[in-house]
Design a protein around this ligand. Structure first.
Ligand code: ADP
Ligand code: MG
Length: 452
């Protein structure tokens, strides 16, 4: 086997063991550069991929290589031969904008009228990590064993974590493999409104017929039927009709069945009778993979520093991750520049809640005294001098604002003052802050010193 063939064998095996999205993200544009004295050197497209492959896939690659050639002892990674300037030239070329939507490379997808499925949601662009592995595996199993393995399949998880994507991917896959089967994707809200329409237009028979004929019913965000008695009843009927015929039902929710208040007991127990799988928050590796994947999809170049920054700062929600990326892409294309780290923190400042840095009373006292040029003891004594009263009040206000201190606690910290005095001080400063520019400025200076 030549080097190319050896690498093909490795890729073929790896491709089977990880998701397509992860595979494309990390293994595209890799090859064996050389093989010498039992050391195989693999060329990869970037420093980032090098680090990642080395830490996550080194063992797996080595194992596959050794299966074929036991004399291989070690693997190394090098960054491929592209020079940075050629990369930058290529990026610049790509960045020349036509229109913003072109730049973002948004693809227009149309919903299928019968199924309500959006073809953009597929398994190919669904990144898998430990956070969604179970839900994904259960969903895939359904495709092979419709109606008789996990029925219903109930997937739950917080906003923007991929429930809709996963549900629709199942639907799209089913349609691809068995186009004659009737698949229907619907949100529980839409289900409700269709039902209400049917009732008011005397179309309940049609409504029932339509739903009872479906082979796979996918209901998104079922939590919205909580409290709606009539909808629950109709859904229960539909559920039973389908269930009895071994038709597949897939449900998503933002919480597990037992946490949906005012869900009728009979529905709850139906939901709990199938398979329940959750989607939690993606870990760092997966967040990076998701970003990389979307960048590939949108065919833009973004530096690894930036990708890591985004993945580090946006942790809880894949939709936000995408949103951040779209902003960065829009920025770079509108300005026709490659965004620097400085740009990025600015672009993302609105969506990233920088974790609040901690401070304490001692630092507040120090910062206040430095600004007003008084000693810390002056804060604690009983003098009524205006130039001392004011810094005291500002200290109280800051302890309240920054440390959420209770009034008695603050009083105690400032030399044993009554809590009503503290309350008065905090309110006074708060009120003054609204229209006293110089006070605002002073407090900003103090905060600056506290946190930088
Ligand atoms: P939910 O329905 O849980 O609120 P969505 O399915 O709408 O979340 O996902 C939000 C966005 O994140 C969508 O654009 C979706 O394509 C994307 N997304 C979610 N999970 C993944 C994933 N595992 N891999 C790639 N993209 C994902
Ligand atoms: Mg959703």
């Amino acid at each position: 086997m030549n080097l190319k063939e050896i690498w093909q064998t490795v890729l073929a095996e790896i491709e089977l063991s990880i998701s397509k999205a992860n595979f494309i993200t990390w293994f595209r544009n890799t090859k064996i550069h050389s093989r010498k004295d039992g050391v195989v050197t693999i060329s990869v497209p970037s420093g980032f991929a090098k680090e990642w492959l080395d830490s996550k896939y080194n063992k797996q690659i080595l194992k596959i290589l050794r299966n074929n050639s036991p004399d291989i002892k070690e693997i190394q990674f090098i960054i491929g031969s592209q020079t940075p300037t050629t990369i930058i030239k290529r990026i610049k070329k790509k960045l020349i904008p036509n229109s913003v939507s072109d730049q973002l490379n948004f693809q227009e997808f149309t919903l299928d009228k019968d199924t309500n499925l959006n073809p953009k949601y597929t398994f190919d662009n669904f990144v898998i990590g430990s956070f969604n592995e179970l839900a994904q595996a259960a969903a895939r199993a359904i495709i092979k064993h419709q109606g008789n393995l996990y029925n219903p399949l109930f997937i739950y998880g917080g906003v923007g974590l991929g429930k809709t994507h996963l549900l629709q991917a199942v639907g799209n896959d089913l349609m691809k493999n068995s186009p004659n089967k009737k698949v229907k994707y619907i949100s529980s809200e839409k289900f409700t409104s269709e039902m209400i329409d049917a009732i008011s237009n005397k179309g309940m028979e049609n409504f029932k017929n339509k739903y009872h004929k479906i082979d796979t019913l996918i209901i998104d965000d079922i939590q919205f039927i909580a409290g709606k008695e009539k909808t629950q009843e109709e859904f229960f009927n539909t559920f039973n009709a389908l269930y009895q015929k071994n038709k597949q039902i897939i449900i998503s929710s933002d919480r597990p069945p037992k946490a949906i208040a005012t869900l009728e007991e009979r529905l709850r127990s139906r939901f709990e009778g199938g398979m329940i799988a959750d989607i939690s928050q993606p870990d760092m590796e997966t967040r990076l993979a998701i970003l990389k994947n979307k960048i590939e999809e949108k065919k833009v170049k973004i530096s690894d520093d930036v990708i890591v920054y985004v993945a580090t700062h946006i942790q809880s929600n894949i939709r936000e991750l995408e949103g951040a990326l779209n902003r960065i892409i829009a920025f770079s294309q509108v300005n026709n520049t490659i965004p620097t780290m400085k740009n990025i923190s600015k672009i993302l400042s609105q969506i990233i809640n920088t974790p609040k840095k901690m401070t304490n009373c001692k630092s507040i006292f120090k910062a206040v005294c430095e600004l007003y040029d008084i000693s810390v003891d002056d804060l604690f004594n009983r003098s009524r001098k205006k130039e001392l009263v004011r810094p005291r009040q500002i200290s109280m206000y800051l302890i309240r604002q920054e440390l959420n201190g209770s009034y008695p606690y603050i009083g105690e910290k400032l030399g044993g003052r009554d809590h009503t005095t503290v309350m008065y001080a905090c309110q006074k400063i708060s009120k003054e802050m609204e229209n006293n520019d110089s006070l605002q400025h002073e407090i900003n200076i103090i905060k600056e010193r506290l946190y930088n």
